[in-house]
Design a protein around this ligand. Structure first.
Ligand code: NAP
Length: 313
């Protein structure tokens, strides 16, 4: 293990992402020590029992000695938490976040800027549908993208701080890319936000039909529907905040999606098999490209056995 990138980091919000960063930073030697804080007494008590860092009793205690403070709270909570944290941070420390939306996150962090700390937002494109400190694991970020959205023209010291943050995520195993926040939000709207919205919607439609079909939707839920239920089990607070804070890009994607869905609907109605073949074949090529890019496993049915369990579960 090489020298730690940061002597001490502070994680605010000890849920899935926060506790995974804490675990990974220790496991891979990216930080000399880790302090954690969560607004919830219950989460703090549970995190303290997991041995993933020093759990502080107050936000101020958690951040006061940290070289880098990473806010791992829902996007809607970023501004008040950043404003409460910054006055207690060391001069020259980094304030970052992991919010899934970057334009609003950047504004939220900037609202706390007092000129003494470096504000560098970021987003690890990795996660699961689980929440809470027990759900985290150290390998979550390995081979996953981490998108850094630094401000430009802030000077050499700022750029050096951004390089340090980048180096931290590289030690955690991530592939780092730098992006403009608005571009990040447009890309993630189609690759992550819209798929989640579709999953929430299909599961809720099926739930309504369930009362009509007397339990058969759940009983016969094979691959397709089952995969949607996994995505739709994601944290409701996190996703409420994603949609409230990436409204423009999501509505733009949703407009395009609705038009394409209407075209498929028309093809089914008029028996246009050629159109359906064309669209489905194109989609299959994209799946192959995702696997070739190492973004998913090419194993049949994601490597599940016939009962739906992962072989290593
Ligand atoms: P999570 O497991 O629910 O953890 C969030 C934690 O933050 C909870 O323990 C929550 O406590 C706490 N919290 C809420 N408000 C707070 C405040 N004001 N001060 C301190 N702690 C507070 O959620 P997560 O999945 O880790 O998501 C955290 C962030 O990561 C979100 O911004 C999300 O957009 C981003 N992210 C998530 C994923 C993913 O797949 N889950 C992937 C990439 C990025 P309570 O539960 O008591 O409210």
């Amino acid at each position: 293990m090489s020298d730690p990138i940061f002597e001490r980091i502070a994680i605010i919000g000890a849920g899935l992402i926060g506790s995974s960063i804490a675990r990974a930073a220790t496991a891979y030697g990216a930080a000399g020590s880790v302090s954690l804080y969560d607004a919830s007494d219950d989460v703090r008590a549970r995190a303290a029992g997991l041995d993933i860092g020093e759990v502080a009793g107050t936000l101020a205690d958690a951040v006061k000695d940290a070289d880098c403070v990473i806010l791992c709270v829902p996007v809607g909570a970023l501004a008040p938490v950043a404003q409460a944290a910054v006055p207690h941070m060391k001069e020259g420390a980094i304030l970052s976040d992991v919010g899934s939306v970057k334009k609003q996150a950047a504004e939220a962090l900037a609202s706390a800027d007092d000129g003494r700390v470096f504000i560098i937002p970021g987003h690890p494109v990795a996660g699961t549908e689980q929440s809470g400190p027990e759900a985290g694991f150290p390998t979550l970020f390995r081979n996953a993208w981490y998108i850094l959205t630094p401000q430009s023209g802030k000077g050499e010291a700022y750029d050096a701080a951004a390089d340090r943050l980048k180096a931290f995520w590289v030690v955690l195993g991530s592939k780092v890319e730098t992006m403009d926040p608005a571009r990040h939000d447009r890309v993630l709207a189609i690759t992550s936000h819209l798929p989640h919205l579709i999953a929430f919607n299909i599961v809720s439609t099926a739930f309504d039909m369930e009362t009509v079909e007397e339990g058969e939707v759940v009983k016969f839920s094979a691959g397709g529907f089952r995969d949607f239920t996994r995505i739709a089990a994601s944290d409701p607070v996190m996703w409420r905040d994603v949609f409230l804070n990436n409204k423009e890009a999501v509505l733009e994607c949703l407009g395009r999606f609705s038009e394409d869905l209407a075209a498929l609907q028309r093809a089914i109605r008029w028996g246009d098999g050629d159109f359906l073949m064309h669209e489905f074949s194109r989609a299959r090529t994209i799946r192959k490209a995702v696997i070739d890019a190492g973004q998913d496993s090419g194993a049949v049915n994601f490597g599940r056995n016939q009962n739906g369990a992962k072989p290593d579960a």
